[in-house]
Design a protein around this ligand. Structure first.
Ligand code: BJW
Length: 247
């Protein structure tokens, strides 16, 4: 059954000059990647992600944290982009300008064909030296967990942003510029609980953009957005874009 979308929403989409999209873990949920605040599965079910994604956790037990990320890298490697990722990649060809900002570290937008993805929280496929802070993409596997920097011998860590750490400044600046400039801002599959990313839809709204939330459940910003579309992003986005730009 084709679900109706508000006709004013479809007109707004068709007339948009600059669309910004902020995504969170929900957009990858249909690819089988657990969201951050979902219960973790199996081996990891007794750990809370919020307690593993910190530099304090890494200092306390680097092996545990490295192994958690190794498990997640494996889950991501087995996953494939879903129709939500594909719809966002297609949207770039439907609107004059698209800025895609993600909090996800899984690289699935790029694998779906999106380019110039702004990664606010890094990428689990990259590692960096904790002492020199430089990216390291090759090291000898001599059984150390975490592996060690081939140049200085310090631990390597995933190149992601943990709680209490600064986001990469160029990425955050680009995202904030897009939030100020866009006329439509999508907020897809995020609980909007983690700052500064959670501020972006509110910045866009205050700058006059139409803010469209796509989420399975209500979030803390649902009452502040222009449209709150309830459902799975892999279902809603393809249908919404097909309704706005029928072929
Ligand atoms: C579906 C779906 C489907 C499911 N379809 N939907 C202002 C006020 C208070 C605190 C702060 C503040 N400013 C900064 C802070 C501190 C902190 C913070 O925000 N704390 C909050 C908990 C309050 N922020 C920081 O520390 C940030 N750094 C910073 O601000 O530096 C300066 C500073 C430091 C200290 C103090 C003040 C300033 C860094 C944040 C880094 C976040 N890092 C993580 C880990 C990344 C690496 C990794 O992946 O391991 O990023 S935490 C985690 O949360 C991860 C995510 O990207 C991020 C957001 O989660 P997301 O994507 O929203 O996922 P979920 O699971 O929460 O939600 C999934 C949603 O999908 C749900 O709504 C579902 O309903 C939905 N869903 N299936 C559609 N099929």
């Amino acid at each position: 059954m084709i679900r109706e979308f508000d006709s004013a929403l479809l007109v707004t989409l068709r007339n948009a000059r600059h669309v910004a999209v902020l995504t969170g873990a929900g957009v990858s949920a249909e690819s089988g990647i657990p969201t951050f605040r979902d219960a973790q599965t199996g081996l990891w079910s007794r750990f809370r992600p919020e307690e593993l994604a910190t530099s304090e956790a890494f200092d306390r037990d680097p092996k545990l944290v490295w192994e958690w990320y190794a498990w997640r890298r494996d889950v991501v490697a087995r996953a494939a982009p879903n129709p939500g990722h594909a719809a966002i990649a297609r949207l770039a060809r439907l609107v004059p300008r698209l800025t895609l900002v993600t909090q996800n570290v899984d690289g699935l937008h790029q694998r779906a064909g999106s380019s110039d993805v702004i990664e606010l929280h890094g990428n689990i496929h990259r590692s960096r030296c904790v002492r020199e802070n430089r990216l390291v993409d090759d090291w000898q596997d001599v059984g150390d967990v975490p592996p060690r920097c081939p140049r200085c011998g310090a631990y390597l860590r995933p190149d992601v942003v943990w709680f209490g750490e600064m986001l990469p400044a160029p990425a955050l600046e680009q995202a904030e510029r897009a939030a100020h400039d866009c006329d439509v801002f999508f907020c897809v599959g995020t609980s909007a609980a983690v700052y500064p990313a959670a501020q972006l839809p509110l910045t866009a709204r205050d700058a006059g953009a139409t803010v469209i939330e796509v989420n399975k459940d209500p979030t803390r910003i649902s009452g502040a957005v222009t449209y709150s579309l309830r459902g799975a992003s892999g279902d809603i986005l393809p249908r919404l874009f097909a309704a706005a730009w029928p072929t």
